[in-house]
Design a protein around this ligand. Sequence first.
Ligand SMILES: [Zn+2]
Length: 616
Amino acid sequence: MKSGFQRISLGDIKPCGWIKEQMQKDLNGFVGHLDRLAPDLFIKDKIYGKDRLTRNIRSKSVGNLQGQDEWSRQYLWWNSESQSNWLDGYMRHAFLLNNKIHLARIKKQIGYFLSTQDKDGYIGIYAPNLRYHFTGENGELWSKTTLYRALAGYYEATKNKKVLQAMIRAVKNVMKKYPAPASSPFSFNKPYAGVSHGLMLTDVLNELYRFTGDKTYTEYAAFLFSDYNREDVSEKDVQLKNILNKKYKLAGHGVHTYEHLRSLASAYFTTGNSQLKKALSVYLKRIESATTATGGPIGDEWILGRKANGTNTGYEYCSIHELMDSYLFLLQKTGNLQFADKAEKIFFNAAQGSRNPVHSSIAYLKTDNSYEMCGTKNGLKEKIKKQTRYKYSPVHQDVAVCCVPNAGRITPYFIQNMWMKDDEGLIACLFGPNESAINFKGKNIFIRETTSYPFDFTINFEIEVEHPVEFTLKIRKPGWSKAVTADISFKEEKRFIVIHKKWKGKETFQITFTPALKVNRTHDREVYFSYGPLVLALPIEAEEIITKKYNIPEFYDTHYRPISLKHYRYRKGKIKKEKGRLEFRAELFNTRSRKTEHVILVPVGKTILRQVTFKT
Ligand SMILES: [Zn+2]
């Protein structure tokens, strides 16, 4: 199998410039305050400790205001996901911004979680009489996955061996209780979302393999995948019999479908099985056709056989994060740069475009064409009772507190994958301002990347070494780049700009990519515009309505209603970049006045209401 790249440890790549400012804003905002914005879920419920679930607990407050229904059994584990995914993003923010106050809080929290470990290694949410003995839906593996991912990040950043030892003991406890191949960890009566999420223990197992080099972990992940394939689970998109069935269409809960991509890929990279290889390629194509112009994959919340559409298919913030993370996993495992292009597209467009540009809040659900954000999809009446997902909130407690924690994870995950390395040297995979200290074969290499990418396409690299060291620096040439210029001699090899030399002291050079201003087609033949990695949007002026205030100042839920809604079509009009500004003058056809008008397009990440795709 083609060997890929190696990941760099959390904390070795630090954000600078705009991306650091945004993270700072998030840490001062929803990332640093989520526990206090929803204290019942985050502070009061010690679900991994004294409040572990027992046989007698039938219902639980998880902040979901829609009340009890037939799903209530799956709500029992919800707080573990909310708490752990939040901790994961919060902890990564604190390390990347080196914030001492938050780091002290996190150290205490990690200490608390380690203190809940039982003698046999168990860290989880179930009392002894219940754990590993379920008849139906449960969150055994999922509650572990979300917490252990945070422990993995904490270990990477601190190199605290106690944390790694605790993780290893906890995972060995799973492997003992659900032994491979003799047990069936996905065999339950009517399992639901929690069981299906549990397949993502894959993430933890891959991290442990990365830390220890012990293949037992990735082999266990392949076992989990094969057992998942055999069972009657709730989420079936990733099952081989469905992938290899030409007529099958993606139908599942979006988040599951996109995170399961990592489990399928991991099973293939571990076993080299040719059927898995074929399945991976089919699955990637199916996901591509469920993806909108901005990179947002259908997740509103079930895919239901649909193809992506700018107005009608929404994406959940969780699904944005999970698909980006899956592409980054594939980038690392294969070294194939198309996955870096895809990850940048999601991060700079769908993800940025689902954040509130002013307040510290995000949209739970968003569409590329966003004509109203007052709870329902573009103001349409929906079957879902009391639909509230299409709004901006720092919590979204009226639905589920899943998206806000994942909005805290996405930026650190993007940053950690900006650089990777291989046996020859370092690889600049994703761009953006950063400062990094990467150990290559025992030598420290310091890098400063100064740029306002993706808002500008000139990148200044500063490389500093303590002693002269020979290595290859590879820089990804983005798929959209028409040309590249540099003031250092380089070779172009496939999609890489390759600089091989003996580096001495501090050296600087500059690289500039030439972006194309492109007219693209969506899967359903609508037009959208892009400039380099940025998808463009026509902003729609909106009235802001504050619908909820929190006990902490400056936090709000907000709705947006268009002031005057017009729809445009594209009839081969001209489009041109304004000089010195990231604005684009376009000729579009106003369907109401039936006249061609000059309008200004901007990057979608800077908008709330907007039109991104245009019928012709
Ligand atoms: Zn979510």
